[in-house]
Design a protein around this ligand. Structure first.
Ligand SMILES: Nc1nc2c(c(=O)[nH]1)N[C@H]1C(S)=C(S)[C@@H](COP(=O)(O)OP(=O)(O)OC[C@H]3O[C@@H](n4cnc5c(=O)[nH]c(N)nc54)[C@H](O)[C@@H]3O)O[C@H]1N2
Ligand SMILES: Nc1nc2c(c(=O)[nH]1)N[C@H]1C(S)=C(S)[C@@H](COP(=O)(O)OP(=O)(O)OC[C@H]3O[C@@H](n4cnc5c(=O)[nH]c(N)nc54)[C@H](O)[C@@H]3O)O[C@H]1N2
Ligand SMILES: [Mo]
Length: 802
């Protein structure tokens, strides 16, 4: 989230597209209801089916699965054509004025940007760069008239997305689209804001990153980023998935979004140079210029005293890899027999990954697998579901993990707020918390390396392991010493004042140094556990500004800031855009930024500095040349689509760089054989694949069912409660039929399109059992985020004769 849960109460318009928060984030969704009750805010829900969020919305719009980008393109076009954007905001706070090199181009006929290599199925993204001067600064045109300035290119790119085209692609009647567009465009007024809430309805596509980018563009045009009640807000999944991402549970990053070393970065110096950007604009704060402080403090947390200036702070203990293997690549490697073992902690790959057949094969080609889980899972028992179990070589170890209520530690929610969770019960039987397993595993590995040596023992033997009981570190110790970190010397600020004495815990990331005198495992969390105590435990509910900032409740990264890019809540001169919702402002007399939230710009940097401090531009990107599939979001069809893409008569109509593997190309269906659009989703009463072990949840939703439009059910002669088989090119799943009015047939480019809805929660283990939804989903991936296309594929339906 750029903003926070409680900030939703400040919105004038709540736009939900790509999620169903009333069911999947019911606690947070109360803030949307509050906005409506207290501010008269309106709620718009756009989804492929009517759900409980739609039930409380002022406007509900049903679209075809996978057509979201056309809808968004239409909104961007509407705002530009009707001049509803906030002109000063885009001129001074975004890259609208930046000039793009003449090597950038886009061909609407094929849907290809310049630089496409059809052999490699890759773009040369350097062609999309800005024009720069000798110093590397971007050239601008403050009048925004230059034909290659971002604003003009943007206008041109989206002028194709007329309301008629939106209707043709999405199936949403033009009038309905315009009703929504009008309401949204009104929030371009400086004193009006729209918040956008999304989750998987947007990420689970082969162009998921791009559709989120399209919302960033829309919100920047409307001046809604940095504002109370604004923002682009990702409603995260599991209770601590934000924490997982922050701490590099996902392999592309090191903790705090630092970068893993590459082979060409043979020295620490080379690594730091490659990752410490220079500003691209004179008025850019360029916060990532602090990269070396974060990186070296992290190395100190990894290797302690063994990290010295002489050995480049242990830089060479880190692997230098060409490529970090993502989830899809890992499964494909296993499938090709190129992976030896897997350790799964709190994940059920068999149930959660598309194309279950492939995953089962993949797991059966491993030599060993460790599953750390409170329950018996499909993953741990995968060998039972193959044709010849006796042939499976994989040795499986199941370690009994404690569940959330049986251990303590922090969780970081979607609003980036860390909260401490207390232990309510002892784990039963042999169950242990993960820190116990990891402590014991580490100590055993260390013992083995000490005894037997090995190819490269240093990363294990030199690791910093300062815990009282090294076999069982506590969450408190890890948070205090390793994550928040400590001063190894007296630490002074720019003015020479001591801000942390030697041996004290650090007060925040501004104290971090690149000389090895600070230890901090994750810079963004630095400050959560200062010398005064654990701020994740604080429950102060005071809200002095009345804006729902609650500065004393938990700790929000970064720097306890509740709304990111909050400098943008004030106009270019530093005055709040909306005097009634004052977040931060420039104090003329004192010549510094002050406010109700922690300003994210350095307090003494004048109002001319750009608010988007994490980008070398200092400006928000209406044009982003870093995504691998294009600098402007373009509507592409899902890999399996019931219709052709009318935008690209000479192209495939799909994302040209979508990730698809050799073994899956033949497993993709066409509309002649699989005529219906299908999508998958959750129900409130279950949590993925493990509440089926719980009696209560299992009673509420005991059987796998699918939602079918009433008209289609009638056509197929299917009644409520009939057994049906959903068939795709991957396989089939069996379920009970639920004919419904909640999904209507849509007319898409003159063709009637039916959508079938498939909840995901069943499987082979637990109190209640059923087909795995992923038996039928395609192994197709977004090339930027490596997220599967679970939410747009093709199926047919067969009635199972009783
Ligand atoms: N009770 C409960 N809560 C949960 C979870 C759970 O399992 N149970 N899971 C948690 C996790 S990990 C996550 S990531 C979040 C997920 O939260 P959500 O994203 O809300 O989850 P989903 O229900 O998968 O999908 C949301 C909506 O996307 C719609 N949809 C499908 N295809 C499309 C499409 O092409 N376009 C659009 N616009 N919408 C589409 C579906 O109809 C559905 O209503 O929920 C979290 N909260
Ligand atoms: N078709 C389709 N597939 C999907 C999705 C979809 O919308 N459609 N959604 C995707 C998404 S967003 C997600 S997040 C995944 C979810 O997929 P998973 O994260 O794999 O699913 P869960 O069942 O939530 O959790 C996995 C395991 O964690 C265990 N667990 C719970 N608490 C603890 C704990 O404290 N410690 C340990 N060690 N284990 C614990 C549970 O028992 C469970 O077996 O599914 C993905 N798959
Ligand atoms: Mo998720």
């Amino acid at each position: 989230m750029t903003n926070s849960w409680n900030d939703i109460k400040n919105a004038d318009l709540i736009f939900v597209m790509g999620g169903n928060p009333a069911e999947n984030h019911p606690c947070g969704f109360k803030w949307a209801i509050k906005a409506r009750q207290e501010r008269g805010a309106k709620i718009i829900a756009v989804d492929v089916r009517y759900h409980r969020t739609a039930a409380v919305a002022d406007i509900f719009v049903q679209i075809r699965p996978g057509s979201d980008l056309a809808f968004m393109g239409g909104l961007i076009n509407y705002v530009i054509q009707n001049k509803k954007y906030n002109e000063d905001y885009i001129k001074y706070f975004t890259n609208a004025t930046y000039i793009v090199k003449d090597t950038y181009s886009f061909d609407p006929e094929t849907g290809l940007f310049s630089g496409y290599d059809p052999e490699k199925r890759k773009y040369d993204t350097t062609l999309w760069d800005y024009e720069r001067d000798e110093k590397g600064m971007v050239k601008k045109d403050m009048t925004m008239q230059h034909p290659r300035c971002v604003f003009q290119l943007l206008k041109k790119h989206y002028e194709r997305y007329t309301p008629e085209l939106v209707e043709k692609i999405t199936g949403v009647p033009k009038e309905k689209f315009l009703e929504v567009a009008k309401l949204i465009a009104e929030t371009g007024a400086p004193n009006k804001t729209m918040t956008h809430l999304y989750a998987l309805g947007w990420t689970h596509h082969s162009w998921g990153s791009q559709v989120i980018g399209s919302m960033a563009i829309l919100q920047l045009l409307l001046g809604n980023i940095g504002m109370p009640g604004g923002g682009v807000n990702a409603l995260r999944g599991h209770a601590n998935i934000q924490g997982m991402t922050d701490l590099a549970g996902e392999g592309r990053f090191l903790p705090g979004y630092l970068r893993p070393p590459k082979p060409e970065q043979q020295s620490l110096k080379e690594h730091l140079e490659a990752n410490t950007p220079k500003p691209w604009d004179e008025n850019s704060m360029n916060y990532w210029s602090n990269y070396p402080k974060f990186f070296i403090s992290m190395l100190k947390a990894f290797y302690g005293d063994a990290a010295t200036p002489e050995n480049e702070f242990g830089y060479h203990y880190l692997p230098k890899t060409e490529k970090i293997i993502s989830w899809d690549e890992a499964i494909d490697r296993m499938y090709r027999g190129k992976m030896e073992g897997v350790v799964a902690v709190g994940i059920n790959i068999l149930a959660n990954t598309p194309n279950t057949r492939k995953t089962i094969e993949a797991l059966s080609r491993l030599r060993w697998m460790v599953v750390m889980d409170p329950f018996m899972t499909e993953m741990a028992n995968f060998w039972k579901y193959v044709d010849n179990p006796e042939k499976v070589q994989t040795e499986v170890f199941l370690l009994p993990a404690a569940v959330f209520a049986e251990k303590e530690g922090t969780k970081t929610n979607s609003a980036r707020t860390l909260k401490w969770v207390y232990k309510a019960a002892e784990p039963p039987g042999d169950a242990k918390e993960e820190l116990w397993f990891i402590g014991n595993l580490y100590m055993k590995l260390r013992e083995l390396y000490q005894k037997e040596g090995g190819v490269f023992p240093d990363p294990i033997l030199k690791a910093w392991w300062p815990y009282k009981n090294p076999y069982h570190p506590t969450a408190d110790e890890v948070l205090a010493m390793e994550i928040n970190g400590v001063a190894l010397d007296d630490i002074k600020d720019d003015k020479g004042n001591v801000i942390a004495k030697k041996g004290e815990r650090l007060p925040g990331f501004t104290a971090l140094k690149e000389d090895g005198s600070t230890v901090c495992g994750m810079w963004l969390y630095c400050g959560v556990y200062p010398q005064s105590g654990n701020r994740a435990k604080s429950t102060d509910l005071s809200d002095p500004s009345g804006l729902g900032i609650y500065p004393g409740y938990g700790y929000s990264w970064p720097a306890n800031r509740r709304i990111l890019y909050n400098r943008a809540s004030a106009d270019p001169s530093g005055k709040p855009w909306d005097p009634k919702r004052r977040l931060v402002w420039w104090n003329e007399r004192e010549q510094k930024w002050v406010g109700n939230d922690v300003p994210d710009i350095k307090p003494d940097l004048g109002p001319e500095y750009g608010p988007f401090i994490m980008l070398p531009e200092g400006r928000g990107r209406l044009y982003s040349h870093f995504l691998v599939d294009g600098p402007f979001p373009e509507h592409y069809e899902p890999y399996e689509s019931p219709v052709k893409n009318p935008l690209h008569p000479k192209g495939t109509g799909m994302n040209p760089v979508v990730k698809v593997y050799k073994s899956d190309v033949d497993l993709l269906g066409t509309p002649d054989k699989f005529p219906y659009a299908a999508t998958t989703y959750r129900v409130t009463e279950h949590f993925h694949f493990w509440t089926k072990h719980v009696y209560g949840a299992s009673i509420l939703f005991a059987r796998m069912f699918i939602e079918i439009p009433e008209e289609l059910a009638k056509e197929l002669g299917i009644n409520q409660g009939d057994r049906v088989r959903v068939v795709t090119a991957r396989g089939s799943a069996e379920a009970y039929a639920l004919p419904t009015k909640r999904i209507k047939p849509l007319i898409v480019n003159g063709k009637k399109v039916y959508t079938v809805g498939i909840p995901i929660h069943w499987g082979y283990e637990g109190v209640v059992r059923g087909s795995l939804a992923n038996l039928i989903t395609p192994f197709i991936w977004d090339p930027n985020s490596q997220t599967p296309e679970y939410k747009g594929f093709l199926c047919k339906i067969e009635k199972i004769k009783a």
